[in-house]
Design a protein around this ligand. Structure first.
Ligand code: CU
Length: 470
């Protein structure tokens, strides 16, 4: 292990001399201002003030980084630094990110733009920046030790390349990746097409976010960076439901949602009430002849997907990861299943010793959503959120696409809950319920090869606790 590390260290130093001479001239230029963001809210789209025109994206619970134009080059300044990210109201995480937030700001450019990005390191350890999915000179690829020396604390590196192909990309460190991605270092990148593109439609709403995951013990603030599979916070742009903003659109809008996955597992992303097609990946636009309708698409680790649909059904439509453990928050992942267990007698005995003891989970876990139990500071219940009809019992990777006919173009404000037309909501049946006819118990007695009677056995399966239980 040690010799392997030494090898990479050596390779880093060797590569360093080359890369340093290549960028030293531009590094002398004054740095563009490092704009910082203090709010975790979804910011309105940043309309381009100069350069080629384009229709900007909206970053879910995020923002787009402003740039300055310097002799025809778009200059951005990213600052890698410790940040405090509110993951949902009532829960803050101490992460590493860029320019005040995790994820960092979205970078938006146009196909053919020459882009210069200054990356300043204010972390306690070295870092680098990899531009996932981009065509660029090898030395700009940001792989610490392989294509450049790492950026030491306090230092600024310059990356410069032409955004050659339009599409959806992301950026993240390629140095101590396990730590730095587990701490929240990542961001989105969109390269808009410069002309009308045969495989890229113009859309009315264009959203983008990254899937990420954290392991933060209830009451703690820092992620456990050694966690490989057992994350307890499944987030979109480092937000968890009910902290994730809704995606608010106008009826009949063409909607694009760009999603990238930088967690350690795949996420089947699912929408209700509509079908979408995957119109692009980080490899580029999907040819029209290769698209098919879906209501769920699996997004593997390191992939980006562009989902597109016409929002032609009014309402509040769930939009979430279909892994049910990814739509819940911390607390209770290691609780054994108590469904069907009658612990009334036990509870009475325990109550004599511990008056505040309460049973839970004997009818399912839904009572966790309604439970008013004292929580440690800085965490939120595993299933929560109030809808117009009661508790949503959700967490994690869950949001709502709100489709309204009176949502103005360019208006991204939450229109509130959907007012269902009369007679269009599921309702309770008020009549009497007849017993279902059942086959008599001796019905198979006349069968030729009737199986011998099996004694009825009930099996209680209990998942092992603490490791990979889900
Ligand atoms: Cu998931």
């Amino acid at each position: 292990m040690n010799s392997r590390r030494d090898f990479f260290k050596f390779a880093g130093i060797a590569g360093g001399a080359l890369a340093a001479t290549a960028v030293s001239k531009v590094a002398l230029a004054a740095l563009p201002e490092a704009v910082s963001q203090s709010s975790p809210d979804t910011m309105p789209p940043l309309q381009p003030k100069n350069g080629r025109p384009y229709n900007p994206v909206v970053t879910l619970n995020g923002w787009t980084l402003p740039w300055r134009m310097n002799n025809g080059v778009k200059e951005f300044h990213l600052v890698a630094e410790p940040v405090v990210r509110e993951m949902a109201p009532g829960m803050k995480a101490h992460l590493w990110g860029y320019n005040g937030q995790s994820p960092g700001p979205t970078i938006e450019v146009v196909e053919g733009d020459r882009v210069r990005i200054f990356v300043t390191n204010r972390l306690p350890e070295h870092t680098s920046m990899h531009w996932h999915g981009q065509r660029l000179p090898n030395g700009m690829d940001g792989v610490s030790g392989l294509t450049q020396p790492s950026i030491q604390p306090g230092k600024t590196f310059v990356y410069e390349f032409v955004a050659r192909r339009p599409g959806t990309f992301m950026y993240h460190p390629h140095a101590d990746e396990m730590t730095q991605m587990a701490m929240g270092m990542m961001g989105s990148w969109v390269t808009h097409p410069k002309n009308k593109h045969p495989q890229i439609d113009e859309v009315d709403r264009d959203f983008i976010f990254l899937l990420n995951a954290y392991d933060i013990e209830p009451g703690a603030f820092k992620p456990n960076i050694m966690t490989m599979t057992d994350f307890n916070l499944w987030s979109w742009n480092s937000r968890i439901f009910p902290g994730i903003d809704t995606l608010n659109v106008r009826k009949n809008d063409r909607v694009r949602i760009r999603v990238g996955n930088l967690t350690m597992t795949n996420h089947p992303i699912h929408i209700h009430g509509h079908e979408f097609t995957v119109t692009g990946t980080d490899g580029g636009p999907v040819p029209r002849t290769a698209r098919w309708p879906e209501v769920t698409t699996d997004i593997a680790v390191g992939q980006m997907r562009q989902l597109e649909f016409i929002a032609d059904e009014e309402g509040d439509w769930s939009f979430h990861c279909h892994k049910s453990h990814h739509t819940m928050n911390a607390m209770g992942h290691n609780v054994p299943s108590m469904i069907g267990v009658d612990h009334k007698d036990v509870a009475e005995k325990i109550n004599k010793l511990i008056p505040a003891y309460m049973t839970m989970g004997d009818k399912g876990m839904a009572d966790m959503g309604a439970m008013e139990m004292p929580l440690p500071d800085n965490t939120i219940p595993m299933m929560t959120g109030e809808g117009p009809f009661g508790g949503l019992e959700m967490g994690g990777m869950f949001s709502v696409v709100k489709v309204r006919k009176d949502q103005k173009p360019g208006d991204y404000k939450d229109p509130g809950w959907y007012q269902h037309p009369k007679g269009t909501v599921a309702y309770e049946y008020a009549g009497s319920v007849a017993d279902a006819p059942r086959q008599p118990a001796d019905a198979h007695a006349g069968m030729k090869h009737a199986a011998p009677a099996t004694p009825e056995v009930e099996v209680q399966v209990r998942k092992p606790q603490g490791h990979g239980g889900h």
